[in-house]
Design a protein around this ligand. Structure first.
Ligand code: HAM
Length: 416
């Protein structure tokens, strides 16, 4: 036998048994994106590396160590890798916004996207090299009203998916002016303590001291004593933050202040987001305030499975089986007529006895079976596979009768 090939490390296949939970979460994503007035955007899965380097800042993990590089075909001009698989969607969306002159569209612009992202980090539970995000971005609104709206939206997403106990963590690191003051305060605090920091943090202290706070190995005692960003906010940023808190209170959204929340990008969380008011300018566009979030779909699905979230019932499945094992063409013909009527139907072309066909139908999750008798018979039997009840139906009105029976007799129930 030939050697088997397995999936790349850090990726995972979506198997059929997991699909209903994914579909449920995706349905909530599409529904909420539309109900909140967002317009869909899709950008390429790979972009020029420079976009992410500029967009995310050279000192973020996503750029520093997690870039998934892509190169062109051997011998081509682009062979030396200039591209990377997108580690997150915001940079690509802002690139598209600038490239298509979208600043002339009615402002604020509200965009959403659902798709795969790639980070070349060491895989672990819930941390993959390929994962899916639901992303929303609002460009052109300085807040704080839209900040509260997006946090409420994320909150509603988890509630509609059925996840319990999700809490928003909130912080503000201010604007360019107050952030610079805060950065200095952090450097002053951590510099004399640098021997107690991890090697990573010692380096970050030089490049971006804020990121020392999101080092998960940081001594909790040092973290607790560190200056807090909220104490360094300028008047405008303090007002913004207080306004946001007030609105969240009015909307009834639960949140906690988290003083160590400084970057969003590297957090081990269900989702993350925040303002990026300076990014559009950094990427060569006209300055515009912007905010967004990215919610991890994989981690949401894992959470839903752990909490055994009840999924809405699907339309019942009808199986078409026949007394004669070799009657496959007629099974297909009847299945097609039932599908024309809008039913969800399966059948197969295997040559099996009626009892084997029924067994296979039940295993495949069929709730109903249409049993075809000997060829030439103008009648068929509809069997409720749960109760065993049967009714005799005329073939020429079969589809309408099955639709009626299925509508009336299948109670709507949740399925796991
Ligand atoms: P992020 O915090 O890096 O933010 O990612 C958002 C979410 O994506 C995370 O909370 C997590 O659920 C999921 N995620 C990230 N990395 C992985 C991974 N390796 N495996 C599985 N899930 C993962 C951003 O990407 C920002 N662009 C969010 C944003 C949008 N900010 C403004 N607009």
């Amino acid at each position: 036998m030939a050697r088997k090939i397995s999936a790349p490390r850090g990726t995972h296949d979506l198997l059929p048994e997991e699909a209903p939970t994914w579909e449920r979460v995706e349905a909530v994503v599409r529904d909420l994106s539309s109900r909140y007035g967002f317009e869909r955007i899709d950008t390429p899965i790979f972009e020029r590396i420079e976009l992410f380097a500029r967009g995310l800042g050279e000192s973020s993990d996503a750029v520093e160590k997690e870039m998934f590089r892509v190169s062109g075909a051997k011998g081509s001009e682009e062979e030396r890798s200039e591209w990377a698989l997108r580690p997150e969607p915001t940079a690509g969306i802002v690139r598209a916004y600038i490239e298509h002159g979208m600043h002339v569209r009615p402002s604020p612009l509200r965009l959403w996207m659902l798709g795969p992202m790639f980070r070349y980090a060491r895989p672990q539970a819930g941390r993959y090299r390929e994962f899916t995000q639901w992303d929303v971005e609002v460009i052109g609104d300085p807040g704080p009203m839209v900040d509260a709206e997006l946090i409420e939206l994320a909150h509603r997403f988890y509630a509609e998916v059925g996840l319990r106990g999700v809490v928003a963590h909130l912080n503000s690191i201010g604007d360019m002016v107050c952030r610079a003051r805060y950065r200095d305060a952090l450097t002053e605090y951590f510099a004399p303590l640098s021997s107690r920091l991890s090697a990573d943090s010692q380096r970050r202290l030089q490049v971006n001291p804020l990121r020392v706070l999101d080092d998960k190995d940081l001594d909790p005692e040092l973290a607790a004593g560190a200056p807090k960003a909220l104490d360094y906010l300028c008047e405008a940023c303090r007002e913004h933050f207080e306004g946001l808190r007030e609105l969240l209170g009015r909307l009834g959204v639960r949140y906690e202040i988290n003083h160590r929340l400084v970057r969003g990008l590297d957090y081990y969380a269900l989702g993350g987001g925040g303002r990026y008011d300076g990014l559009i300018e950094v990427l060569g566009g006209r300055p515009a305030p912007a905010i967004g979030f990215g919610l991890g779909i994989d981690r949401t699905v894992i959470g839903a499975q752990k909490q055994q979230v009840t999924l809405p019932a699907r339309t019942p499945l009808v199986a078409v089986v026949s007394a004669s094992p070799d009657d496959a063409p007629r099974r297909l013909e009847v299945a097609t007529a039932l599908r024309d009527a809008g039913l969800r139907v399966r059948t197969d072309g295997l040559s099996r006895t009626l009892s084997k066909q029924l067994e296979a139908a039940a295993k495949a999750g069929a709730r109903w079976a249409v049993l075809l008798g000997e060829p030439g018979l103008a009648r068929a039997t509809l069997r409720d596979l749960e109760s065993g009840d049967q009714q005799d139906l005329a073939l020429d009105t079969l589809a309408a009768e099955v639709v009626r029976a299925v509508d009336h007799r299948t109670p709507s129930r949740g399925s796991k």
